[in-house]
Write a new protein. Sequence first.
Length: 231
Amino acid sequence: MGYYYYDFTYFLFMIPCLLLSLYCSAKVNSAFNKYSRVNNKRGLTGAQAAYQVLTANGVTGVRIEQVGGKLTDHFDPRTNTIRLSESVYNSATVAAVGVAAHEAGHAVQHAQGYMPNKIRSAVVPIANIGSKLSWILIFVGMLLPVNYNFVITLGIIFFSFSVIFTLVTLPVEFDASNRALKTIQGMNLLYEDEYVGAKKTLTAAAMTYVAAAVTAIAQLLRLLLILNRRR
C-alpha cells in the first residue's frame, strides 16, 4: 500500500487540494492588498462600517475592538465582540469596509439566531475533539495489523466531524458576506465602483472556505480508500 503520506492517493487527492488552497490564499491576499490601497470616498473606517451594519439590522450590545495581526478579523460569539485587525479597524479603505461589514454580518447572524450558525456552534466542540483524536487513532491503527482496522475506522469517524464543520461553515460565511454587501449597498456606505472592490474582496475570502471544504472531503475520501485497501 505504501506509507500514508507517499502512496498514490496522496498525489491523487491532496496535491490538487494543496494547489487549490494556495491559489485561493493568493487571491484573497491579492484582493485585500489591492483594495487596502483604495480609500473610500466617504472616509468610512472599518470600525464605523461594522457599527453601521449592526445599526441597520437593529443589533445592539456588540463591542467592536482592535486586534493585532493581518486578516485576523473575527466575531467572537462568546463575548459578543467584533475584533478587527489593525489594517481594518481605523482604516478608511474599500477592503476595510468590506471585511468589517462581513464580521458584523456574523454578529447579526448571532443576534437573529441564524440556524446554520447555531448548527456550526453546536458542532464546534465535537469537531475540536475529533480533529485532535482522529489522526492519533488513524496513525496508530496503520501501525497495527489489519485486524485492528477498527482503530482507523474510529479515527475516520472522528475526522468526519471536522468535515461536517467545514461544510456547515460554508453557508454561514456566504450569508455573512451577503448581509454585509446588502447593507453596504442599501445604506450607500460605498460608491458603486467601491462596492465592486468590496465584493471582490469578500468573494476571494469566501473561496478559501470552499477550498478548505474540498480539502476536507478529499482527505476523508482518501482515508476511506486507504482503509478499503487494507482489508
